[in-house]
Every structure is written in C-alpha cells, then in structure tokens.
Design a protein around this ligand. Structure first.
Ligand SMILES: *[C@@H]1O[C@H](CO)[C@@H](O)[C@H](O)[C@H]1NC(C)=O
Ligand SMILES: *[C@@H]1O[C@H](CO)[C@@H](O)[C@H](O)[C@H]1NC(C)=O
Ligand SMILES: *[C@@H]1O[C@H](CO)[C@@H](O)[C@H](O)[C@H]1NC(C)=O
Ligand SMILES: *[C@@H]1O[C@H](CO)[C@@H](O)[C@H](O)[C@H]1NC(C)=O
Ligand SMILES: *[C@@H]1O[C@H](CO)[C@@H](O)[C@H](O)[C@H]1NC(C)=O
Ligand SMILES: *[C@@H]1O[C@H](CO)[C@@H](O)[C@H](O)[C@H]1NC(C)=O
Ligand SMILES: *[C@@H]1O[C@H](CO)[C@@H](O)[C@H](O)[C@H]1NC(C)=O
Length: 504
C-alpha cells in the first residue's frame, strides 16, 4: 500500500517534472539558434554539448564543418542543424560537381535517416568575402554553392535543405558622404559576386546569412562610437541616427537595414536574411564583461520575442544564431583578445550570467549547466615562491621568468592577463602563475608541463583570485591538432606582441 502510494507520487512528480522541462524547452524565443565552434585545446565530449543544447531548449545549431562525432551527438535530438563546407574545400567543390556530390553523400545523406540529424542548411564557406582574405574565395564561392545545391537536389534533399553562404557584415556599407542605412550598398570589390549570390539564393528559396557584431562596431568604432548605441535598451543617451522616416537607436538595426538597402539596390528587397552570428564576449577587453554581455543578450532576445523587425522590414521575424555556445581557447586572437571569450557558457559548459531564453526578461531565469563534465584533478601549476627568478636561463638570457611565461603563453591561453581583462590586475608573479597554469592544464596536467626550468610547482589549493579564475581543465578530448595549429600560426604575431609586453 505504502509502496504503491509512493509509486503513484513518484509518477506524479515525474509527470510534473516532465511538463516543466517541456515547457522550459518549448518556450525558447522563436528563431533562436546557437553557434557551436570547437577551436578549443580540450573539448567537452560532443554528447555532453548536445545535451547542453537540448537541456536549455535550443532547437537550432550552426556548426563549422560536419564532424562525424558532432553529427552523431546531434542525431536523434531533433535540433535543426546548419552544417558547413569549410573555406578550404571551396575551390575543389567549385571545380568538380562530383566532389560536391561526395560531400553531400558523406555529410548530409548519411545522416538523413529517421532518428538521424535534422539538417536544414548547408553553409558553403564561412565569411568567404572577408576583406582580410584578399579575394581568395571570390571566384569559387558561388560556383561551390551552385554545385552543393545541385547535389542536394539530385540526392532528393533540395526542398528541405537549402545551401547558403554566411557573409561578414563587411561586404556592405554606406558611403562616407551618406552614412545612413538607406544608402547601403555592397562593397565595390564584391558587388558583382554578392549580387550573383543574392540572385542565386532568391532562385533556390534560400536566405542570405549575415554575421552582425555590435561589439565589433564598438571595438573598432573608437571613441566616436557611443556605448549605448551598441545595445537595444538605448533610451536616447546615444543620439539616434535619423534616416528619412526611420530612426535608429541601435547599431544592430542600422546594420541590418544597410544590408536590406544593398539588397534593394540589386533588385531583391525581400530576400530573407538570417543572422548567422551575433553575440558579446565576456573577457579580453574592458568592454567585454559578463554584465555587458547579459545586457546585450537580454535586449536581443526581447527584440526577437517582440517580432518588431527593423524600420525597413517592420514586423519581420528575425532568425538569429548566437555566437557562441562555449569559449574557444585556441581561436586566433588576431581580431583581439576577446576572440576566445564569446561563449554564453564557459569552456566547461557553466552559464556565465543569468539569461531568460524566452526573451521575457524574467528575473531569476537561469541557463542549465552542462551535465556529466569530467575534470582533471583539482591541481594547479604556479610560480614556485622559492624560485630564483633572476637566475639566468639555458639560453644565456637573464630574463628567465619572462622567457618561460612567453613560452607558456605561446602555447596556451593568456588572454585574461590583458589590461582591463579578468586577470589584468595581477602582479608579475601572478602573471607567471597564471601562464604556467594555463599551459599545464592545456597539456592535460602532464607532470613535465609544470617545470619551467625549475620555476614552477604543482599545488592543490585553488590559485584563483577574486574575479580571475585559474582553471582546472577538462579530461576532454584534445582538439584536432591541425585546427589548433592553424589558429596558433595566425596568432603568432599577436603572441609576439604579448611577449614583448610581458618583457617590458
Ligand atoms: C565531410 O565533412 C568532414 C568534416 O567537415 C570532412 O572532413 C570531409 O572531408 C567531408 N567529406 C567529403 C567527402 O568531403
Ligand atoms: C592579404 O594581404 C595582406 C597585405 O598584402 C597580407 O598581409 C595578408 O597576409 C593577406 N592575407 C591573405 C589571407 O592572403
Ligand atoms: C526571386 O525569386 C522569385 C521566386 O522564384 C521570382 O519570382 C522572382 O522573379 C525572383 N526575383 C528576382 C529579382 O529575380
Ligand atoms: C515617409 O513617410 C511619408 C508619409 O507617411 C511617406 O509618404 C513616404 O513615402 C515615406 N518615405 C519613405 C522613404 O519611406
Ligand atoms: C639568483 O641567481 C642569480 C644569478 O645566478 C644570483 O646572482 C643570485 O645570487 C641568486 N639569488 C638567490 C637568492 O639565490
Ligand atoms: C601581466 O601581463 C600583462 C600582459 O599579458 C601585462 O600587460 C602586465 O603588465 C603584466 N603585469 C606585470 C606586473 O608584469
Ligand atoms: C573556476 O573554474 C572552475 C572550473 O575550472 C570552476 O569549478 C569554478 O567554479 C570557477 N570559479 C569561478 C569563480 O568561476
């Protein structure tokens, strides 16, 4: 009797829990997705990340390849996926329809069974027309897009899965003498290819995907860019931009409408646009803080929930993929130190700030952390307080400490040490400890990774300072070496600069 009652109560509790979870999962703001990048030295297992997505109710995710382990983790979740053909495959796919067919067979068809992966888009390239690429992909992107779309049709996916190209917002602007959204046009060097791309997307019923970063507008905008104009809650503190009948109180709307104007100029005023990346980093710059990120996301989600559209597209539903899911400590820091801190969650899947994904801004709404995360032991590598730091090193340099810190920071993430960053107030000894620990953790706490010519020692008391976390890394799987190396190469210049700073 008692057992039966207990059983009934248990069922009741489970039903209630189930209903609550479903309600939470079902109410994420319409059109919201998330970017899942994997440029980290040690990664959470894909299954843990997939569960993090579904536990928080995300129904859309954008990835940067079609990695088999990622794809199998997404199988059966029902989450809509945008897979990607990376830039380095564009030339081959453009030149050879068979190459496109093979890509589609191995990375789309293979997963489109019942209980497989719910693929909705194929991103052909990633920001291929970025100014920094000097035109490298200008001639191959649209042909690659055509081949992939054709291969999708041939394989019977054409109606459900659309191929598109995510572009950076640097493919359009307004002329200096008319700096308003209504004057938007495509950048001169890519105007032809952007028009061709837009017309192709229109013909196939695919949206254009664009990445818009108010944080970068602020970061590169210099002193002339008012902070509040980067946010959605600007109540006039930053002077609005008046453009004919339209008034812009935030740079996101102004940026998106600049694109709408550029599309109008090529005869496609109604081409659907999806925001492929939008977000705010939380470290690596004085304005990259959890508080400002929370403010940004709160405004963005409220905006998506309100379905207000923009002045040129009033009432339009905006689909947006946040950037990003997790911090990625192996990304190139060429754009800035903040580049490794875009996660809504920390590298290990802990929410960085409270956020109501329904867009209602309910106080107390929180994100669900990753479950089943395996950490390395609670051990840290720090500067040995008894070490003689002025002792010369093997290379005959007197700057033994700086040399070792430079070595560590060249191979692990030291971006929080920058001025105005979370660990920017450490003294030289604190800097050294931070750097040694970052390297030791990235190396999976390998014993030999905490030596630094006798300067370092392993401790078992948390070396973190207030606001400055000395992390314990994941057991995780070390990242694909090639990706990390590519990022490391790009970052060499910046790391050298960092090293010089440390030596100074
Ligand atoms: C499928 O995608 C994976 C991961 O991005 C890539 O390594 C592989 O080359 C692709 N397959 C084909 C046949 O192109
Ligand atoms: C683009 O050109 C600049 C200046 O000539 C050069 O520094 C950079 O390495 C080039 N980038 C690529 C991807 O070719
Ligand atoms: C865009 O596509 C639609 C539907 O296929 C077509 O009717 C229209 O003519 C296209 N617009 C342009 C400007 O090509
Ligand atoms: C501005 O508003 C006026 C009056 O509502 C309207 O006639 C005009 O077409 C609008 N102009 C633009 C560019 O939307
Ligand atoms: C540290 O090393 C330097 C250079 O070898 C030496 O001159 C100095 O006496 C040493 N200091 C201590 C405290 O051992
Ligand atoms: C710590 O490192 C940062 C750069 O990584 C540097 O700006 C700062 O000056 C260093 N602090 C000390 C006291 O050496
Ligand atoms: C620092 O990171 C560890 C995991 O590496 C975590 O357990 C801890 O809560 C973090 N501390 C803070 C203050 O965020």
């Amino acid at each position: 009797m008692a057992a039966a009652l207990l059983g009934r109560q248990l069922v009741l509790v489970l039903v209630v829990l189930g209903v609550t979870a479903a309600a939470a999962a079902g109410s994420v703001v319409d059109g919201l997705g998330l970017n899942w990048g994997t440029m980290a030295t040690r990664r959470l297992p894909p299954k843990v990340v997939a569960r993090l997505l579904t536990d928080n109710g995300f129904r859309k995710v954008k990835i940067f390849d079609a990695d088999a382990r990622t794809m199998s983790a997404l199988a059966g979740t029902g989450v809509e996926v945008m897979v990607a053909v990376p830039n380095d495959l564009l030339a081959a796919v453009a030149a050879d329809l068979d190459r496109a067919r093979r890509w589609v067979r191995e990375n789309v068809t293979k997963y489109t069974f019942d209980g497989g992966v719910n693929i909705k888009f194929v991103a052909v390239g990633n920001e291929p027309f970025l100014k920094a690429y000097n035109g490298t992909f200008d001639r191959t992107t649209v042909p690659a897009l055509r081949n992939i779309q054709r291969a999708l049709y041939e394989a019977g996916h054409g109606k459900v899965i659309k191929a598109t190209v995510p572009v950076n917002a640097d493919v359009y602007d307004s002329p200096p003498d008319a700096p308003v959204p209504s004057a938007g046009r495509f950048r001169a060097d890519v105007a032809g290819v952007m028009s061709e791309l837009a017309h192709h997307l229109n013909a196939t019923g695919a949206p254009l995907v664009v990445n818009i970063y108010p944080f970068l507008s602020l970061y590169y905008g210099g002193a002339g860019f008012p902070l509040d104009y980067a946010f959605f809650d600007n109540s006039g503190t930053a002077k609005p931009v008046v453009d004919g009948n339209a008034t812009y109180t935030n740079v996101f709307d102004a940026n998106l409408d600049t694109l709408v104007s550029a599309l109008t100029r090529v005869g496609l005023p109604h081409l659907p646009v999806v925001i492929g990346e939008v977000g705010w980093p939380t470290d690596g710059d004085a304005r990259a803080t959890p508080a400002l990120a929370q403010r940004f996301y709160k405004g963005l989600l409220a905006r998506l929930a309100a379905g207000k559209g923009t002045p040129l597209r009033p009432g339009a539903r905006v689909e947006a993929y946040l950037f990003g899911l997790l911090d990625e400590d192996a990304k190139s820091v060429a754009p800035g130190r903040f580049e490794r801190h875009w996660g809504v969650f920390t590298f290990d899947g802990r929410p960085k700030f409270p956020l109501d994904l329904t867009g209602q801004g309910r106080a107390g709404a929180t994100l669900v952390p990753a479950q089943g995360v395996d950490y390395l032991p609670r051990r840290w590598c720090v500067l040995n307080p008894n070490a003689n730091t002025t002792d010369g090193d093997a290379a005959g340099s007197n700057n033994k400490l700086a040399d070792n810190v430079g070595y560590a920071c060249g191979r692990a993430d030291c971006t929080p040490l920058g001025q105005g960053c979370s660990c920017g107030a450490l003294d030289a000894a604190g800097n050294a400890s931070y750097a040694f620990n970052a390297y030791y953790q990235a190396q999976g706490q390998d014993e030999s990774a905490c030596d630094f010519q006798g300067l370092a020692v392993v401790v078992d008391t948390d070396a973190s300072r207030p606001g400055c976390n000395f992390t314990v890394q994941l057991v995780g799987s070390p990242a694909a070496i090639s990706a990390v190396h590519a990022a490391a190469e790009k970052a060499v210049a910046v790391l050298l600069a960092l090293l010089l700073l440390l030596l100074a």
